[in-house]
Design a protein around this ligand. Structure first.
Ligand SMILES: [Zn+2]
Length: 99
């Protein structure tokens, strides 16, 4: 799952298909152009959450329910996420659009 983080207003948002979405301050925007490729612009960073880690964390949450203390969720419901450049070999399916 690809997300954008605006370094100006700190908004985080998921990229939509086709239509651009902007952050709260309007400085960043992005969209998917197909199921893999995306376009972004503005002072943003690309965030990625591993789809498998999200599914696993949600499964663990269902098993744990809502009666454990927060440390149990911190230990057992972790996500794998990383920050990537907005284009280039570190993020080959995304490109920065100039405006
Ligand atoms: Zn912003």
């Amino acid at each position: 799952m690809k997300l954008l983080f605006c370094t100006k207003c700190h908004d985080v948002f998921k990229l939509p298909m086709k239509e651009f979405k902007t952050c709260e301050c309007g400085a960043c925007k992005g969209r998917y152009t197909d199921n893999i490729k995306s376009e972004v612009s503005g002072p943003c960073l690309s965030l990625a959450i591993g789809n498998g880690s999200l599914v696993n964390a949600m499964r663990r949450l269902v098993i744990l329910g809502n009666k454990e203390d927060r440390h149990k969720y911190i230990e057992e419901c972790r996500l794998v996420a990383w920050v990537r450049p907005n284009e280039g070999p570190g993020n080959p399916h995304s490109k920065v659009i100039k405006e």
